[in-house]
Design a protein around this ligand. Sequence first.
Ligand code: AMP
Length: 398
Amino acid sequence: MKVLVLNCGSSSLKYQIFDMKNEDVLAKGLVERIGIDGSRIKHEKTGKDPYKADIAIPNHKVGVKIVLDTLLDDEQGVLKSLEELRAVGHRVVHGGEKFARSVVIDQEVLDVIEECVPLAPLHNPANLMGIRAMIDVLPNAPQVAVFDTAFHQTMPDYAYIYGIPFHYYEKQRVRRYGFHGTSHFYVANRAAEMLGKPVEDLKIVTCHLGNGSSIAAVQGGKSVDTSLGFGTVPGVLMGTRCGEIDPTVILYLMEQEGIDPKSMSHILHKESGIQGVSGISSDLRDVEEAASKNNPRATLALNILCYGIRKYICAYAGAMGGIDAIVFTAGIGENSTTVREMACTGLEFMGANIDRERNNVRGKEASIGKPGSPVSILVVPTNEELVIARDTRNLAIK
Ligand code: AMP
């Protein structure tokens, strides 16, 4: 039973194909620079060396065709015929308030994803291109949409309504939505399995720390709060996004420096965060290295990031009335021993005691707290593709 998972960006397309019998990844790859000079495919059949080819890929439809041709290829492929592909799962960034779970895609679902384009103007159009291309090429396979926002739809209204006139929520749909939901869902459930307890009995703070970051309070398996909001700027310091900011700073700068909304958006999304504070790089590895050589702004960026994470962990422990586990995931959460140690130092008062030796781990599941501590600290590599593949199997394959 084979399922294809697709994650489309505006000029890229990532894919993985699973055999859902044992949830094995048969192959995965990336189509890059769609519609731009130098487009190419990188494909990796499990157990074989990666294969790369430069091919003209003018649009997503051609990209999807090339992926399917590669999956059928005698040498690189994992399918004998497209009939073997039972369903396709798509990552969709924004489902607004309409989708609290994954759905089989029909015209009505496509219309709602389209309606959500103003809420995610960079992502939803790319996701739609991927879905439409796949429907064109593979009209008989069911397609499933898995939304980044869906997991956070369980937040109570007092966590998602902003303190501005209520009609902006009613008319403009302005509220906290939250993102990375698939990742928070996966790592919270996996953490419960690692702890040998039902997720329904646990209060977990999940820290998805990558180039984009968000922290979530997961109580009884449900998201009750999260640090990203209407958009993808608030919360903790990110690669190039500023994280928490007083909104009057934005108004002040626009007035004082004559910055227009588009340029301000660029500053907040692309020039801020770890990059903006350190002036070195958006990549935490570069900043950690500079901080280890006492570069003051690299040290400051690292301090802002870790202080922010610690504050969110405490805030969400308060929001849930307790905390059983802290989970670290994504590029930084899975790999940075420094960030995990700095973020957890000072949390001993709540029973979270990081163990320096056990924390010396990268990219694999581990328990990094001192044994016997009331609050567990875990590293759980995220696996959004597996969640998408499972939802696709469960919804689309009878
Ligand atoms: P992601 O968006 O999840 O791919 O995460 C990207 C971020 O993870 C970048 O800031 C990387 O610098 C960071 N990262 C990846 N590997 C490491 C590592 N070994 N140590 C520190 N940060 C890392």
